[in-house]
Design a protein around this ligand. Structure first.
Ligand code: NAD
Ligand code: MG
Length: 482
């Protein structure tokens, strides 16, 4: 067992008694739950045990058309005409209801997506309500946000989101859209639709006018129907670069506005003068948070040579302590990989790393038999040309390199088609500012990692997409400014 420390934690499972998951879910269109036109449903499973949680409606183009029409009606008749202060009241009410039902949301998020309950309870769901609270506050202050301009809503917005932060991505999309006076057709990812459907119930409970938010579940085909619908004024998409490129092609030459938040391959850079234990925690947080299913994950680690050996020793020791297993257990650090498909993708990258002859480290732990699991993995001395350093893996796999000088690490860090985020660990403020101005990344964290706040804009450079979400900048994406 090497230097593994066996902490004998007793299981501490979160209770699921208070959570009601239905056998079957319908589409949320025009304020009602309606059956899909074609009568088709798909299954969403719990990736920790492969059990089916529920059957969920598969929306086709006819259903999307219905949702767009409901959104248009709500936009023209009610929502765009309402004062900002009134809109704000609804959004505040939604934020409070989410807080009240936070535990239920957190448990469903962990059941449907595999993320540890500690994260869904302490990170995802609190950020969801914070996002609605923050944007509720903007609803009646848009003129102050953009002095000398006349902000007006865009219209009906189509929003397509991924499976890594299911409810948080829904909040990032819905909250600013509504605050700015738009109405919404949102499609959650096929492996994690349940919290968005729960959100639909809460939106109904909050008394929103019918059709202001419509939630259509389905697959890529449903997403395409949203992208291609002529009644949509704007598309907001978060997901893979590949689908992002398809959406650029599909919307080219139309009047649809577009914002894209795509992949990443962030550099997390540790200098010799960094506080090492904090840096080790930040590296672990950077790559193993949410099983590495994070577009801004610190998936490339750059360590300055002088401290490399010491840092690697501490990092291995730390990784040996991580608990991989039941997402509903409050002790769990690393939950289940979101889907079988994603697990296969990650395993293929690990195989590739081994084939390249790279030194690999994984703790000696027994992974559960059922479900989709991957041990936290380190690869050392990864060449810039290796696929492990170039491609987004979207799993708990860290590609490590060393460096000598500041200029060298800046050049290496920027040598990627992506530019979403980066991390810098150093005791020197001047070094932080030098790097934040030279790293081509939308977000640069200094002596911390994966910290999010609704007031702070988030988004990428280059192939990581364009447009910002959060903060004043994020509002611009949902307004016409004349
Ligand atoms: P994806 O891009 O295929 O899916 C994202 C969303 O887009 C889903 O709701 C999906 O149903 C929808 N979609 C799929 N095809 C579409 C189409 N042609 N038109 C419109 N919508 C469509 O992502 P994925 O397959 O779930 O994950 C694959 C990779 O994407 C991951 O390995 C990772 O690299 C990346 N990813 C990035 C993020 C991020 O936050 N930036 C999140 C999830 C996944
Ligand atoms: Mg699921």
């Amino acid at each position: 067992m090497g230097n593994q420390t066996n902490w004998n934690w007793d299981p501490a499972p979160e209770s699921t008694d208070h959570v009601k998951i239905k056998e079957q879910y319908q589409l949320f269109i025009g304020g009602r739950f309606v059956k899909p036109a074609n009568g088709e449903y798909f299954e969403t499973v719990n990736p920790a045990n492969e059990k089916v949680l529920a059957k969920v409606a598969l929306a086709d183009a006819a259903d999307v058309d219905k949702a767009v029409k409901a959104a248009r009606k709500a936009y023209s008749n009610v929502w765009s005409k309402m004062s900002g202060a009134e809109r704000g009241k609804y959004i505040f009410r939604l934020a409070r209801l989410i807080q009240e039902r936070a535990r239920e949301f957190a448990v469903i998020e962990s059941l449907d997506g595999g993320k540890p309950i500690r994260e869904s309870r302490d990170v995802d769901i609190p950020l969801v309500s914070a996002h609605f609270f923050y944007h509720a506050g903007w609803a009646d202050k848009l003129e102050y946000a953009f002095p000398n301009k006349k902000p007006s809503p865009i219209g009906v917005v189509g929003q397509i989101i991924p499976w890594n932060f299911p409810l948080l991505m829904a909040a990032w999309k819905i909250a600013p859209a509504l605050a700015c006076g738009n109405t919404v057709v949102l499609k959650p990812a096929e492996s994690t639709p349940l919290t968005a459907l729960k959100l639909a119930e809460v939106i109904k409970d909050a008394g929103f006018p019918d059709g202001v938010v419509n939630i259509v579940t389905g697959d890529g085909g449903t997403g395409e129907a949203i992208v291609n619908h002529p009644g949509i004024d704007k598309i907001a998409f978060t997901g893979s670069t590949e689908v992002g490129k398809k959406i650029i092609r599909a919307t080219a030459g139309t009047n649809k506005k577009l914002t894209l938040e795509l992949g990443g391959k962030a550099a997390n850079i540790v200098f010799e003068d960094a506080a090492l234990d904090q840096a080790v925690d930040g590296i672990v947080e950077g790559i193993y948070f949410n099983q590495g299913h994070v577009c801004c994950a610190g998936s490339r680690l750059f360590v300055q040579e002088g401290i490399a050996e010491k840092l690697f020793r501490r990092l291995k020791h730390r990784i040996n302590q991580l608990i991989v297993g039941d997402p509903l257990d409050k002790n769990t650090d690393i939950g289940a990989i979101n889907s079988k498909g994603q697990l296969k993708t990650i395993q293929a990258y690990i195989k590739q790393g081994k084939k390249e002859g790279l030194e690999m480290f994984q703790p000696e732990i027994a992974l559960p038999k059922k479900g989709y699991w991957c041990a936290p993995t380190l690869f050392f001395d990864v060449a810039q040309s290796s696929v492990l350093a170039k491609e987004e893996i979207f799993g708990p796999v860290l590609a490590i390199q060393t460096f000598r000088t500041v200029d060298e690490v800046i050049a290496k860090a920027n040598n990627t088609p992506y530019g979403l985020s980066a991390g810098v660990w150093t005791d020197k403020g001047s070094k932080v500012f030098n790097l934040t101005s030279q790293l081509k990344a939308g977000v640069v964290w200094a002596n911390t990692y994966n910290k999010f706040d609704p007031t702070s804009p988030f988004g990428g450079y280059k192939e990581s997409g364009f447009g910002r979400e959060g903060g004043v900048h994020g509002l611009e994406a949902y307004l016409n400014l004349n």
